[in-house]
Design a protein around this ligand. Structure first.
Ligand SMILES: [Zn+2]
Length: 342
């Protein structure tokens, strides 16, 4: 039995990228034997997933625990209005569409939240060759940086917010993210507040995919920190090898500040005026105990009106409450809800 890469149909399918000599048939062969883990199925993650599946990646695992919302559609790949109406989890909506695009690719959707306490076991279980960052909030990248260093896993950081984006592919030879980013950078600002435009997403994803192609074809990562501002028609790439910090807490000392750290907050501010409340998973099944109404429900998520606020309750007990004025209001509401379900 010939492997898929030896059949004429397969050769034809990918001919336009294999004829690009620096990638070539060898690059394609290696790509076909690569397992990519995409963290996040939002703007970056959905575009990365679509492109890799079209290109014939061997296996793709996608982790996310959000549902498709109307405000996602302007910049995220493959989702549509039906997904919004049905409140479909992004990973399942994406997996269905990816299977139709390329049935040769094994796609494994994981509907789970990524946290500092579950990430290490999650990655060990998935056992990918490389991790691609498709997240939309910054702090989690310090967690990726630590876990990938600990597990010796190469990863490609990508961030997009407002009109700006940045990409950096990291392995053990170069500086890690912590070497040159002690503080959360400008691109750490929230998309809900600062917006984000589609061309930034496309450019960030382009460079992430290009770095991945370099990696699988044996050229190695570029070692450049790439920043793009398509609206300003500007871009920059900077050699960051000189930023390798010999005293870096992560890549020199192996001290992991974020990894394994317990989440103490039951309430946290999320994007803009949304707060995340944490209840127990069984509160999902007993959602009728919350004051208010269940407006819509499917097996994964329930849309509620709690005390006049619109809220999305997930299977794991997470609740996103929208349009809350401030933290005090959030705390009062959380206490009220907790009392009602106890
Ligand atoms: Zn470092």
């Amino acid at each position: 039995m010939p492997t898929p890469s030896e059949t004429p149909e397969f050769n034809e399918r990918y001919s336009r990228q294999t004829r690009f000599a620096p990638f070539g048939a060898q690059g394609q062969h290696n790509l076909e034997h690569t397992h990519v883990l995409v963290m996040g199925a939002g703007a970056l993650g959905s575009h990365i997933a679509e492109q890799l599946v079209r290109m014939g990646i061997g296996k793709l695992t996608i982790v996310d625990m959000d549902i498709v919302e109307l405000t996602n559609l302007h910049r995220q790949a493959l989702y549509d209005e039906t997904d919004v109406t049905e409140m479909r989890p992004k990973v399942y909506a994406l997996a269905d569409k990816l299977k139709v695009i390329n049935s040769n690719v094994e796609v494994d959707p994981i509907y789970e939240e990524i946290t500092s306490t579950n990430i290490e076991t999650m990655i060990q279980d998935i056992n990918p060759d490389i991790l691609l960052d498709g997240m939309d909030h910054f702090a989690i990248r310090f967690l990726f940086n630590e876990v990938c260093h600990k597990l010796n896993l190469p990863w490609i950081y990508g961030a997009a917010v407002g009109g700006k984006g940045s990409v950096y592919a990291i392995d053990y030879t170069g500086p890690c993210l912590r070497c040159f980013m002690e503080e959360t950078p400008e691109t750490a600002e929230s998309c809900a507040i600062n917006g984000v435009i589609p061309p930034v997403i496309m450019q960030v994803v382009s460079y992430q995919i290009a770095e991945l192609m370099r990696y699988v074809s044996g050229k190695g990562f570029s070692g450049k920190l790439i920043t793009v501002s398509p609206f300003e028609v500007k871009q920059q790439s900077m050699d960051v090898s000189r930023f390798k910090n010999p005293n870096c807490t992560v890549c020199a000392q192996g001290n992991y500040e974020y990894l394994g750290k317990r989440q103490s907050n039951v309430i946290e501010g999320s994007c803009g005026d949304t707060f995340v409340f944490r209840f127990k998973p069984d509160h999902f099944d007993n959602a009728d105990l919350f004051p208010g109404q269940i407006l819509k429900a499917n097996p994964y998520v329930k849309l509620l009106n709690v005390d006049g606020y619109e809220a999305t309750l997930f299977k794991d007990g997470r609740m996103n409450v929208h349009h809350i004025e401030d933290e005090n209001t959030a705390e009062t509401l959380y206490r009220t809800l907790l009392k009602a379900v106890k």
